[in-house]
Design a protein around this ligand. Sequence first.
Ligand SMILES: N[C@@H](CCC(=O)N[C@@H](CS)C(=O)NCC(=O)O)C(=O)O
Length: 229
Amino acid sequence: MLKFYFNPGPNPMKVALFLAETNLPFELVAVDTRKGEQHTPEYRAINPNGKTPAIMDDGQRVFDSTAILMYLSEKSGKLGGEPNDRAELLSWMMFIASGLGPFSGQSVHFLHKAPEEIPYAQNRYLRETQRHYEVLDAHLEGRDFIVGNEYTIADISAWGWVDRSRFALDDDELVPYPNVKRWFEQIDSRPAVAKAHSIGSKLTFKSTMDDEAQRALYPSNFAKEQRGK
Ligand SMILES: N[C@@H](CCC(=O)N[C@@H](CS)C(=O)NCC(=O)O)C(=O)O
C-alpha cells in the first residue's frame, strides 16, 4: 500500500487533499520535523532533500509535493484536467512550485520565524509573495478553476499555500485579491478539505521550538560544527 510521509505543513497538506479527493488507500507515516526525523538516513533514502512530503508506492519513491501530485494524478487518471489543457497545467504547477510556494515560505520565515528582524528580507519576500498573488488574482478573473473548466491538481497545489496566506501576507490577507479569495472559499468548502485536515489528527507532533527543533529546521542559523543531524 502507498505510504504517505506526512507532517501538517502546507506542502504535505496538498498531498493529503489529493488523497482525500480520490479515496486512494494509503498508510500514514508521521515525520516529526521539529525532532529532526526528516534528516535520518532511513528518511533521506526516501527523500534525499530531507523535507516532507514523500511517498513510497510499491517500492517507488516520489518526493516533492509537485512531483507527488503529478505522479498520483497520472497514475490514477484523476484531477489532471483535459489533455488540451496540459500545457496550462504544467505552467501553473511550476508557477506554484517555484514561485508562489517558495516565496510564501520565505515570507513566513522572515516575518515570523527569523531570529532577527531584517527589514530588507521582510520587504523582498512579502512583496514577491504579493506579486505572485497578483498574478494568480488576474488569472482567476472570471474563472472558477486555475486550469480549464475543472478542478485539478493545480487548484490542490495552490490551496496548500493559500490556506496559510495569513502567515505569508500582511494584515489585509486575501482582501486585495478578490478573485483568489472567491476561488479559495469555493475550494476550501469542498468536503475533501475537511477530510484532508483530519488526516493527521490522530498523530502528535512536537510543538515546542526548542534547541533541537531550531537545529532541525534552521541548520543555517548554527555554525557548521554545531548543526543538528
Ligand atoms: N519543494 C518541497 C518543499 C517541502 C518543504 O519545505 N516541506 C516542509 C513542510 S511544508 C518541511 O518538510 N520542512 C522541514 C525542514 O525544512 O526541515 C515540496 O513541495 O515538497
